[in-house]
Design a protein around this ligand. Structure first.
Ligand SMILES: Nc1ncnc2c1ncn2[C@@H]1O[C@H](COP(=O)(O)OP(=O)(O)O)[C@@H](O)[C@H]1O
Ligand SMILES: [Mg+2]
Length: 371
């Protein structure tokens, strides 16, 4: 049953997701619940809306609100939102024409602000960074995987490569290729497989190519210069940052976490055996405390420049993104990717700040609309 319209003069934010025939709507309910709760504490009316229910010409629309816990949801009619926080969880959903159309309508709507309209593509991210003198230096050499000649070209330039799906996530489909001249089987291809990685050794790149094709299944891939990441006890780690806009609409770093690869993994993802580390503890053991401060300042500064450049490149308004950055063995900084729909950070302090900052940026967007 649909209850009465929520009569409220509070600013209204809708979390956008997809309809689901079994669960009513898709996405991480715990996350949505925490966003709603934080918004409420900040004086907002926040609800979840599906693309299907988001009728931009209606006076009121159907939405969902959590009722004290993330498992109990109530549907009600709500006023149209001033801000839409896009949390459509899957690319497959977002590329559907009707979904894209609805998002475009939101972008063009005179009284609605939508931030983070689309997912990023790894190849485009690197292209955008390479368009600025300032950010180019953090981008590993990256090419589109276009047949064996493209792979041959890249392995001649860099004897260590990462192959990644342009639109992958959570380590899916990632491979690593090394050429070690002195070895009898000089090509080593490692394929990420759940928590482990399988290694194929080969004397010829043609053979390796056959195996790569089996893995890519025709999906668009990039070939990227492999970075020798700093490691602790043989486990590489990288930095995961959350970058969000403030109530002044200015980019800032909300928090920096570190993720250390599992012993048999070629990525640092926690579901693949990676662990969560505190960079403030991890880095001093490697670089000393003074150098750590220098590095972390460099990281924060780079992240803000990178966020600005990505926003410029994608031509849409963004409010937040997470970023994977690597430190090489000499402390040099590298950009791997950014996500426009950041996952929840497990570090409680980052998590708390991240929720609050979602609404700081909403404050900014709404203020801008009013004035
Ligand atoms: N060029 C690279 N050199 C070294 N390590 C890399 C490179 N690219 C990715 N990685 C490692 O693999 C992880 C996953 O890569 P990423 O581009 O973030 O893809 P995903 O979308 O699957 O998370 C990174 O966090 C990093 O640890
Ligand atoms: Mg990643």
């Amino acid at each position: 049953m649909i209850h009465r319209v929520e009569e409220d003069t509070k600013p209204v934010v809708a979390i956008l997701t997809m309809h689901d025939s079994e669960r009513q709507f898709r996405g991480n309910r715990q996350n949505f619940h925490e966003i709603i709760k934080t918004g409420k504490d900040k004086g907002y009316l926040v609800y979840v809306v599906t693309v299907r229910d988001l009728k931009l010409k209606a006076d009121t629309i159907r939405g969902f609100i959590s009722n004290g816990d993330p498992h109990t949801w109530e549907q009600r009619m709500f006023p149209l939102p001033q801000v839409i926080y896009n949390r459509i969880p899957y690319r497959e959903d977002e590329i559907k024409p009707r979904v894209r159309r609805k998002i475009k309508q939101c972008i063009l709507h005179p009284h609605i602000e939508i931030y983070n309209p689309f997912f990023f593509n790894k190849r485009k991210l690197i292209t955008w960074l390479c368009k600025s003198q300032l950010t180019r230096k953090w981008a590993p050499i990256t090419k589109k995987l276009k047949g064996l000649p493209s792979l041959y070209d890249m392995i001649r330039r860099c004897s260590y490569l990462y192959l990644k799906p342009e639109e992958g996530k959570a380590g899916q489909g990632i491979m690593r290729l090394k050429y070690q001249k002195s070895k009898p089987m000089p090509y080593r291809l490692q394929i990420q497989n759940n928590k482990n990685s399988i290694t194929y050794k080969s004397a010829s790149l043609e053979r390796v190519w056959g195996r790569i094709c089996k893995e890519t299944k025709g999906a668009p891939y990039i070939i990227q210069q492999g970075i020798e990441l700093t490691a602790v006890h043989g486990r590489a780690f990288d930095l995961r940052l959350l970058v969000q806009k403030s109530d002044l609409g200015v980019w800032g770093v909300t928090g920096i976490g570190a993720r250390m690869a599992g012993t048999r993994s070629i990525t640092t993802h926690v579901p693949r055996g990676g662990t969560i580390e505190d960079p403030e503890k991890l880095l001093p053991s490697l670089f000393g405390s003074e150098e750590t401060e220098v590095i972390l300042n460099k990281v924060r500064n780079a992240a803000v420049h990178i966020a600005k450049q990505i926003e410029w490149g994608c031509r849409y308004k963004l409010g937040e993104m997470s970023m994977d950055l690597g430190l090489d063995t000499s402390g040099g900084l590298w950009f791997f990717e950014a996500n426009s729909r950041p996952m929840k950070f497990d570090e409680p302090s980052i998590r708390k700040r991240s929720l609050e900052r979602i609404f700081d940026y909403c404050d900014y967007l709404i203020e801008k609309q009013v004035n």
